[in-house]
Ligand binder design. Structure first.
Ligand code: NDP
Ligand code: 2IT
Length: 445
């Protein structure tokens, strides 16, 4: 049995109740076959694959808080410290009712390889809670964040583990978490990224994931002499990643015609008015449906998945895992969609991703496409360490360079192992090689 198959069998046995984690590991290990087969002896000797798929540490804790009615509520909090081979654990916190160990392990595993692709010194981690910020008052969110940090603080640190935002965790939550960390420890340090600009945040972090997604999309298409000018683009989600993907796509001349949330999608053939979306989502924390009430001629459609049946040139899934399945992928390709870049983590099912690769559309998978967010988080860490802050232009320029470099690394690795144009294989191999080298260099630990 090959090394990959042995480890896959063991992972499946050990983690049978964790479908998302198995999905992420399965995809990665399958695409590492070429590089693992070529280096089997040394990788086996160091147990690289067995160690790669086992988190260094999982912390799970009770988060009690009091709601506005005075009732005690209890959520489950986590931090998965996945891999510290190339730097301190780094990765977001997700507050969403679906959060569980399987989801956070898949995200932490992906994060390890994604962070490697940025070329910056950051390891992989992820955390969060099954807390639903929707419909909660500011005070309730603050109470939850403070209670969450009352436990988390003992596991994190500017040089050991640096969380940031993810779904349900944005500037407001990071601010409350930071305030509580500082209060408990008495330390003013870069222990979280995505902070407010008045207390150590980096210019450009809010925009980074969405902008980075468009930079790498543009880079990928430029190698085919295709420009974004006038292209019909569909973006799922309407959160942090989606909003700034739309903003940069529009700046580069694309016509973004649809966005969504978990209730449904809006179709605006004249092109999305992003000011309205920002007001609804960032200011009022409302629903995307309200866009249709505010702009004449716009339709709202119940059901988020329908967004993939819209005829478009480019699809950018920016909402959540497994939001796009094989049927959706077929519909997109049938309708002439020629590029897909993933702002969300693992938004395409295994079958959908394989279909995109098979059809040779320009498909940039999540760990390469959405690495801009964590890359700018690492730049925020750098600025915090040197106690300086860089201009927006400086951060944006570095972000662009990083995304262009990720494209180059990814396409080179794909080519080297005989998979030209298959960026899934390319990103997994390029991310893996550096982590594996670092793990071997540090011995069995
Ligand atoms: P937000 O919480 O800001 O936004 C999430 C958006 O996705 C919301 O509009 C939400 O709608 C929507 N959504 C959630 N579930 C579904 C669904 N089943 N179908 C359709 N829409 C849905 O999160 P982010 O924008 O930060 O994160 C989005 C994705 O990007 C996640 O996969 C995250 O892991 C990934 N990511 C985020 C980074 C960051 O820097 N923030 C960096 C790299 C990746 P609703 O309000 O209805 O829930
Ligand atoms: O999935 C991701 O890369 C993030 N949510 C961003 C993590 C970070 O540390 O900025």
């Amino acid at each position: 049995m090959s090394y990959v198959d042995e480890v896959l069998a063991e992972v499946r046995k050990k983690n049978a109740s964790e479908p998302e984690f198995l999905q992420a590991v399965g995809e990665v290990l399958e695409s590492l076959r070429a590089v693992v087969d070529a280096n089997e002896e040394k990788y086996r000797k160091y147990g690289i694959l067995e160690r790669l798929v086992e988190p260094e540490r999982i912390i799970s804790f009770r988060v009690p808080w009091i709601d506005d009615k005075g009732d005690v509520r209890v959520n489950r909090g986590y931090r998965v410290e996945f891999n510290s081979a190339i730097g301190p654990y780094k990765g977001g916190l997700r507050f969403h009712p679906t959060v569980n160990q399987s989801i956070l392990k898949f995200l932490g595993f992906e994060q390890t390889l994604k962070n490697s692709l940025t070329s910056l010194p950051i390891g992989g981690g992820k955390g969060g809670a099954d807390f639903d910020p929707k419909g909660k008052s500011d005070r309730e969110v603050m109470a939850f964040c403070q209670s969450f940090m009352n436990e988390l603080y003992r596991h994190i640190g500017a040089d050991s583990d640096v969380p940031a935002g993810d779904m349900g965790v944005g500037g407001r939550e990071i601010g409350y978490l930071y305030g509580q960390y500082k209060r408990i420890t008495g330390r003013y340090e870069g222990v979280l990224t995505g902070k407010g600009l008045t207390f150590g945040g980096s210019l450009g972090r809010t925009q980074a994931t969405g902008y980075g997604l468009i930079y790498i999309l543009d880079e990928m298409l430029s190698h085919k002499s295709i420009s974004l000018e006038g292209k019909r683009v569909v973006v799922s989600g309407s959160g942090n990643v989606a909003i700034y993907a739309v903003e940069k796509a529009q700046q580069l001349g694309a016509r973004v015609i649809a966005m969504s949330d978990s209730n449904g999608y809006i179709l605006d053939e004249d092109g999305i008015d992003l000011d309205i979306v920002k007001d609804i989502k960032e200011v009022k924390r409302g629903r995307i449906k309200e866009y249709a009430d505010r702009k004449p001629g716009v339709s709202f459609h119940e059901g988020a998945r329908g967004i993939w049946s819209i005829k478009c040139d480019i699809a950018l899934p920016c909402a959540t895992q497994n939001e796009l399945d094989l049927e959706d992928a077929k519909k997109l390709v049938e309708n002439g969609c020629f590029a897909v870049a993933e702002g969300a983590n693992m938004p395409s099912t295994l079958e959908a991703a394989a279909y995109f690769v098979e059809k040779k559309i320009n498909y940039m998978p999540a760990k390469a496409a959405n690495a801009g967010g964590v890359a700018v988080s690492a730049l925020e860490m750098t600025q915090n360490s040197e106690r300086l802050s860089w201009s927006f232009e400086e951060v944006d320029r570095r972000l662009k360079d990083i995304m262009v470099n990720i494209y180059a690394m990814t396409s080179r690795a794909a080519e080297k192992y005989g998979h030209e144009g298959d960026f899934v294989t390319g990103a997994n191999i390029a991310g893996f090689e550096k982590v594996a080298e670092a793990m071997m260099g540090q011995g069995v630990c």
